[in-house]
Design a protein. Structure first.
Length: 288
């Protein structure tokens, strides 16, 4: 399998720089993935970065919904001319056609991102698992498909649990930002178990209860990470690079469990050099 023939050296450099700016962790992981599929994975990761960042680029939900609909149309083949003029869309469409990559999971990713545009609270853990399943889990599953299509039938369980754990870690890192813009991703049933609700979290009126809620949320992520690691044992080793970003989850969960409510004011993201080291070790050992 060879890298995409549609990318020039300059275009590839520009797209890599865009991914580095938008999603440093997946950029670092990409550098450790099989060279022959990096361009294909680059298209997938940039698509994810584009739709994940829409909330940050719009002031109101409607323009965000319009942008997500544009991506749905591109994926459905309804905006071919516009897609050719968009560097990420054109590469993604080329990958879909050349690799026969399933489109339905990508459409579902767009649908799930509508939730990001509004300030509705996450109702419960089941709803959160559905959201994470259509975003982070789908991204892992599609990554596995691009690396080894035939093996993707064995990766669904690992991708499902790993994606939930990854989403939890991501939302823990984003707590200061999401709280500032009125969003609460901690599932409502975890909040209510500690006597909190969305209003209480946004008002920061009970640091003690918020600390319990954060640790419960991190524990929820750890449960899925443990299940992902168990399922990962059945995944062919050749597919392992698809899961490299998951290697960054546990340190975030540990940090969140340690500092509790301070997650709302202090970043739980590891320094870049430690993230790079964590990814390199995971790649070398073949573990997550």
């Amino acid at each position: 399998m060879t890298v995409s023939a549609t990318l020039t050296v300059d275009t590839r450099s520009q797209l890599l720089a865009a991914l580095r700016e938008a999603d440093m962790d997946r950029y670092l992981a990409l550098l450790l993935m099989p060279e022959g599929v990096r361009d294909d994975l680059l298209a997938l990761f940039l698509f994810n970065a584009e739709i994940a960042a829409i909330r940050d680029r719009v002031r109101e939900p409607l323009p965000g919904e319009v942008r997500l609909q544009w991506w749905r149309d591109v994926l459905s083949g309804e905006r071919n001319e516009e897609a050719r003029a968009h560097p990420v869309a054109s590469l993604l469409v080329e990958v879909i056609e050349r690799r026969a990559m399933p489109v339905d999971p990508l459409l579902a990713m767009c649908d799930a991102r509508v939730f990001d545009l509004y300030d509705d609270p996450m109702p419960d853990r089941t709803s959160y698992e559905g959201y994470a399943g259509e975003t982070a889990s789908s991204l892992l599953q599609m990554s596995a498909f691009l690396i080894v299509p035939a093996a993707s039938s064995t990766t669904a369980t690992a991708s499902g649990h790993a994606g939930v754990a990854q989403a939890v870690a991501g939302h823990l890192m984003l707590l200061p930002i999401s709280q500032a813009r009125g969003q609460v991703f901690i599932p409502g049933d975890l909040l209510s178990a500690t006597g909190l609700d969305r209003t209480g979290v946004l008002a920061n009126d009970s640091p003690e209860r918020m600390a319990v809620a954060v640790r419960a949320f991190a524990g929820f992520g750890r449960e899925h990470l443990d299940k992902a690691r168990s399922a990962y044992q059945q995944v062919p080793s050749v597919v392992m690079p698809a899961y490299l970003p998951v290697a960054l989850v546990e340190p975030v969960l540990k940090r969140a469990e340690k500092i509790g409510a301070d997650c709302f004011t202090t970043s739980v993201r590891l320094p870049q050099w430690r993230r790079q080291l964590q990814l390199w070790r995971a790649a070398r050992r073949g573990t997550i």
